[in-house]
Write a protein that binds this ligand. Structure first.
Ligand code: IPM
Ligand code: MG
Length: 370
């Protein structure tokens, strides 16, 4: 039997409960599809940091490198100053493990309530490819004359040809495997240096993909088009910070942060890829059973697709869509089932042969596009 060696990092807040949900569903998928996951749990996050002072470090990095993929819960806690855990752990992992692509599907599933009036699943089936290691996220900058009337804060954005090229290449391959449309999202009229390089790389790489239609949209205009006309987009490639912002908007359109999933992909096999829901640790609702585990469960399905277990991934996706369709609301105390209940319902249905979800599944893309 095929066996995969997986690291699980539950983290803080609702991280552990949505992780439990994912593990339940993964256990059912192993049974149904005949593969095995060898799971190792790692303690990390606020409690661990407060007790030991440890965040991301060489020892943990070394241990994690020994796994084929990483399933991640969430991190962030009011007991730790904002940013310490996020930058000191999540960004450190994305950067050290060269998880160059942050793949964030924006797909409205049938039966899922969207706040956008009149939006239908056929019109909302796109993928945002967020550059995941550079831009404003490099943490470069300086402050002079701190705490005076004359304080100057400089925050840099670093854009390298190599860093941009790898995500743009990936995006073209992805677009070629889907509807054949790629949109660069930036703000090249204002961020002229970075914008010029991004556009140059898109034009250069695009010459090798004549079958892909290329388009450009400013990030502010994207915030207008995405909710009202998501059908305009197939694959959107963008920088780290713009990607962070427009993927929250994408999450809302597809039913909320509770259902949005993501993959942090290392493209050259030098380190494991990491899979996480795009929601944060939501400490205010932790332990209440109010978190929707579907974002985490779909991320776990993306992990399986990445490993090559595409049928299992597609089955989890269909089962999750089926269960989502039964929930009156998608987060909070009125979901009709609690976090564990939703995960159990999905686990129970993984082996049922539901009709596959229509449109393009990111599960197929993860298996096909490297
Ligand atoms: C995300 C999150 C992270 C980010 C935070 C938690 C560091 O918002 O994955 O979108 O800004 O990338
Ligand atoms: Mg974000």
């Amino acid at each position: 039997m095929k066996t995969y060696n997986i690291a699980a990092i539950p983290g803080d807040g609702i991280g552990p409960e949505v992780m439990d949900g994912s593990l339940k569903v993964l256990a059912a998928a192993q049974q149904a599809f005949g593969f095995a996951l060898q799971l190792t749990k790692y303690e990390a996050g606020a409690q661990h940091y407060l007790q030991t002072g440890e965040l991301w470090g060489p020892e943990l990095a070394e241990q994690l490198r020994g796994h084929e993929a990483i399933l991640f819960g969430a991190m962030g806690d009011p007991a730790v100053e904002p940013g310490i855990l996020e930058r000191g752990f999540i960004l450190a992992m994305r950067q050290e493990f060269e998880q160059a692509v942050n793949l964030r599907p924006v797909k409205l599933y049938p039966g899922v309530a969207t706040p956008i009036a009149g939006l239908t699943p056929e019109r909302c089936d796109l993928v945002i490819v967020r550059e995941n290691t550079e831009g404003a996220y490099v943490g470069q900058g300086s402050t002079i004359h701190a705490n005076t009337e004359h304080t100057v804060a400089v925050q840099e954005s670093v854009n390298t040809r190599a860093g941009i090229t790898r995500v743009v290449e990936y995006s073209f391959k992805l677009a070629a495997s889907r509807r054949g449309k790629l949109t660069l999202c930036h703000k090249k009229n204002i961020l002229i240096e970075a914008g010029k390089l991004w556009q140059e790389v898109v034009t250069q790489v695009g010459a090798r993909y004549p079958q892909v239609e290329v388009d450009y949209v400013h990030v502010d205009a994207m915030c207008f088009h995405l909710p009202v006309a998501p059908e305009r987009f197939d694959v959107v490639v963008t920088d780290n910070l713009f990607g962070d912002i427009i993927t929250d908007l994408g999450a809302v359109i597809q039913g909320g942060l509770g259902v949005a999933a993501s993959a942090n992909l290392n493209l050259d096999g030098s380190a494991p890829s990491m899979f996480e829901a795009i929601h944060g640790s939501a400490p205010d609702i932790a332990g209440k059973g109010w978190a929707n585990p579907v974002g985490a469960i779909l991320s776990a399905a993306m992990l399986l697709a990445h490993l090559g277990e595409t049928q299992a991934a597609l089955a989890i996706e269909s089962a999750a869509v089926h269960v989502l369709g039964e929930l009156p609301v998608l987060a909070g105390p009125d979901m009709g089932m609690d976090t564990a209940g939703i995960a159990e319902a999905i686990a129970l249905q993984v082996s049922q042969d539901f009709e596959k979800v229509g449109g393009h599944s990111v599960m197929n893309s993860l298996a096909e596009v490297r």
